[in-house]
Design a protein around this ligand. Structure first.
Ligand SMILES: [Zn+2]
Length: 155
């Protein structure tokens, strides 16, 4: 894309007596982050499809929809700006939360039945996933619902 206004537009502008203005995309403000180690990835908002910007959020570095607060699309990132898993829409996000709670119940709290490693091993095995794939942030809607059903989680 060029920042130059076309001669055609310039003529129209001058005939109307207005100054031609070129609208360029403004860079995202990311203060108090260490820019050297951060690699921004072009992500599309899973809820509305516009671009996302990397910012420090309540839960650490995350990608937020550029339409925030009108759109609450967000996706967690690593400290280096790498998206964790793949972004999904609001509905799947809420199912990921449920799936995570269901899984957590196996190894946390007073009625825990196994260690965290065992719980993830069990989760991977029953979902037919490799241990590397067995992360809630990598699950799609259907898989999240399967986890909740599998663990008979009352949500
Ligand atoms: Zn959005």
């Amino acid at each position: 894309m060029s920042n130059q206004i076309s001669s055609e537009s310039a003529k129209v502008c001058s005939s109307l007596g207005v100054n031609p203005v070129v609208i360029t995309k403004t860079a995202t403000k990311t203060t108090n982050l260490n820019p050297a180690s951060i690699k921004k990835i072009a992500l599309k908002c899973p809820d509305c499809g516009v671009g996302m910007s990397l910012r420090e959020g309540k839960y650490g570095l995350s990608y937020f929809c550029n339409r925030f607060p009108y759109c609450r699309g967000s996706h967690k990132a690593s400290k280096k700006g790498k998206p964790l898993g793949f972004p999904v829409n609001q509905e799947t996000r809420s199912w990921r939360v449920k799936a995570h709670k269901a899984l957590e119940r196996l190894y946390k709290g007073s009625d825990k039945v196994m260690t965290k490693t065992e719980a993830y091993g069990f989760f991977a095995y029953s979902m037919g996933l490799s241990v590397k794939q067995a992360h809630i942030s990598r699950l799609n809607l259907e898989q999240c619902q399967q986890v909740v059903e599998l663990l008979d989680f009352d949500c």
